[in-house]
Design a protein around this ligand. Structure first.
Ligand SMILES: Cc1ncc(COP(=O)(O)O)c(C=O)c1O
Length: 352
């Protein structure tokens, strides 16, 4: 009953096999090998963007911080949601990698903002006021940090505000595949066709060992990326092993297969616990992650039975068995359906 994170799951066997296949002899380092070139071409193919600049990095934080570093001047502000990973979970890497740019949370809700809220946030900074931040990039996350989705229309509306303001739009796609599978759209539709300028294209949470692709559609905007990557100590010399992962991930649609499976398993988990007394979903489950209010006694029974997941609000220790605590449940492709059934069973049969 392991539902703590899609980072906690195993590497997909096809990706592990690809790493082992790449482990043969000497090849040029630093991206000069055939496999690295082929993997980058594959990313361009999947995004239908033959001109895009693509860089392989080992973590999502690296992709976000290096892309934002390339798109942002130190005196600009990046607009993002209240709970954006770049804002609350990257220990100021975006601020550091942009040379001190500010991050400005947009809107009321913690998972998403809309075009109108973005327009209001941008208009609070006057381009003529030299004492304020200048307008910088906008960053959205899809799947959002609260497990919800931006629809393609919502992204297009945000992109239009960006176009009018003259700022680029970045997409944190740590769970890009889960969003694409849930929305039933292509990588191009989810990104540049909707007006996105740069994507942190995640793979690690969805079956890879450690690789994400930073995709910047206009190469002119990517001119500094490689130097920033070197300066940040984020150039992987044996790049064939990053490339092997991305190559296998994008071969025969594996990325959509694993994401679709993770989403399906999350839907099963949702169906298993919804309707149980005291169970309430804090956000609609739209992909592979959900946030669930449950009384303390149900959480305790689950933990005692071996379930592992994070409590996001409230304490497991406490006197009132009925006090609602917020749990975060995430599925990756490898979750066992029997474990889902067991989780639902324990949650249902728990007693205060
Ligand atoms: C939305 C989002 N963006 C970025 C990241 C960063 O990933 P990493 O831990 O690989 O730096 C995560 C990881 O949890 C995430 O959830």
């Amino acid at each position: 009953m392991k539902f703590a994170s899609d980072n906690n799951g195993p590497v997909h066997p096809k990706i592990m096999e690809a790493i082992v296949r790449a482990n043969e002899g000497h090849v040029p380092a630093y991206g000069g090998d055939d496999l690295s070139r082929a993997a980058i071409e594959k990313v361009r193919d999947v995004f239908e963007a033959p001109e895009a600049s693509v860089f392989l990095v080992p973590t999502g934080t690296a992709a976000n911080a290096l892309i934002l570093g390339s798109l942002t001047k130190p005196w600009e502000t990046v607009f993002c949601s209240n709970f954006a990973h770049i804002h609350v979970d990257e220990c100021h890497a975006p601020e550091a990698f942009t040379g001190g740019a500010k991050l400005t949370p947009v809107g009321e809700s913690i998972d998403k903002f809309n075009a109108m809220e973005l327009r209001t946030a941008i208009s609070a900074f006057s381009p003529d006021n030299m004492q304020q931040s200048a307008h910088g990039p906008v960053s959205v996350t899809n799947v959002t940090e609260r497990g919800t989705l931006y629809s393609l229309d919502e992204v297009s509306e945000i992109a239009e505000v960006c176009r009018v303001a003259g700022v680029p739009l970045h997409l944190d796609g740590a769970r890009f595949a889960n969003a694409a599978a849930a929305l039933g759209c292509s990588a191009a539709e989810m990104s540049w066709k909707a007006g996105v300028d740069a994507v942190s294209f995640g793979a690690t949470k969805n079956g890879a060992m450690a690789v994400e692709a930073a995709v910047i559609f206009d190469p002119a905007r990517a001119a500094e990326f490689r130097r920033r990557q070197q300066r940040a100590a984020l150039v992987f010399s044996k790049s064939r092993y990053l490339a092997a992962q991305i190559d296998a991930y994008l071969t025969d649609g594996l990325w959509l297969e694993t994401a679709g499976e993770a989403n399906r398993l999350a839907a099963l988990l949702e169906a298993g616990i919804e309707g149980i007394e005291g169970v309430e979903f804090a956000f609609p489950r739209e992909a592979n992650m959900m946030f669930v209010w449950m009384p303390r006694f149900r959480h305790r029974a689950l933990m005692e039975a071996g379930a592992y997941y994070y409590i996001e609000a409230g304490e497991l220790q406490g006197d009132d068995p009925h006090e609602p605590l917020l749990g975060r449940l995430v599925c990756d492709w490898s979750v066992d359906e029997a474990e889902i059934a067991k989780f639902a069973d324990v949650a249902q049969s728990a007693r205060p």
